[in-house]
Design a protein around this ligand. Structure first.
Ligand SMILES: [Zn+2]
Length: 270
């Protein structure tokens, strides 16, 4: 891989990155477990301090009815520079069952992997490891370009509830929308194709879930009298589902009396 001033800076300061990441991974910020709420708050505080130390002139912890988010902003001195907003999360997934961990999840451990040294610990990659790179990356950018502000205005919004469904994130975006204006959002909760392949993820899939209620006759219908004439929900459902995922809400499934009015996927698409 070719060299660059930024890359050289990063390689010269990898110890800083490792020290920061290991300190952050030691905080068990499991958002799905209320017993760990103080740890999630501590994780937000740790990140806020690290961002201030990196040089961000604006760093704020934004409380929510659940876990706090961290917001930071570093304006470029160029007033015409675009604004990039980086999204990520500082909470981590639960660790159950703990006995299956080779190393304790919150004691970051370096091991030799097939592509070189690896750091093992909950959150070491998702998402603390991904986010910590921005701190060193910004330092490298400033050092390599001899700037004291970034070439683009950088905003970070790092939530604390991603691993438990982001229940308060939409409301937070509404509430703080005046602070979040930007030209591009960079979702920094992604992966790389390989350790030596710098990767930009250009699209992601979301999740869809649904609770399905099938309703049929209230009483058993004799098959000899009604079989074939009265649709059986269990038999109709397999053919109904594909049309529900592609039909507009309110449409009728082919060959069925069922309407897709409440189908959440059809509703979301219409
Ligand atoms: Zn993640």
């Amino acid at each position: 891989m070719s060299s660059s001033p930024e890359r050289d800076f990063v390689l010269d300061h990898l110890d800083d990155l490792h020290a920061d990441l290991e300190a952050w991974v030691r905080i068990p910020s499991i958002s799905a477990d209320p017993a760990h709420a103080p740890d999630v708050a501590a994780s937000a505080e740790w990140l806020a301090e690290a961002l201030r130390r990196t040089g961000f002139p604006t760093v704020e912890i934004w409380p929510t009815p659940g876990a706090p988010a961290v917001f930071a902003e570093w304006p470029s001195s160029d007033p015409d520079a675009p604004v990039a907003l980086v999204y990520g999360h500082h909470d981590v997934q639960p660790v159950d069952p703990p006995e299956l961990w080779v190393h304790p999840p919150f004691e970051p451990t370096r091991v030799d992997g097939p592509d070189g040294p690896e750091l093992h610990g909950r959150g070491a990659s998702d998402d603390k490891g991904v986010l910590i790179v921005h701190l060193l990356g910004l330092r490298a950018h400033l050092a390599a370009t001899d700037r004291d502000t970034p070439g683009v205005t950088v905003k970070l919004l790092i939530e604390g509830e991603e691993e438990s469904g982001s229940p308060h994130f939409a409301a937070l975006l509404q509430e703080r929308r005046d602070r979040l204006d930007c030209d591009v959002v960079v979702v920094s909760d992604t992966g790389m194709a390989a350790p030596d392949v710098p990767s930009a993820v250009t699209a992601m899939r979301g999740l869809a879930d649904a609770e399905i209620t099938l309703r049929g006759p209230k009483v058993d219908l004799h098959s000899g009298s009604f079989g074939g004439a009265v649709p059986n929900p269990c038999m109709r459902w397999p053919s109904c589902w594909p049309s529900c995922t592609t039909s507009r809400a309110g449409s009728r499934c082919p060959g069925s009396t069922t309407r897709c009015a409440r189908c959440p996927i059809a509703s979301a698409r219409s």
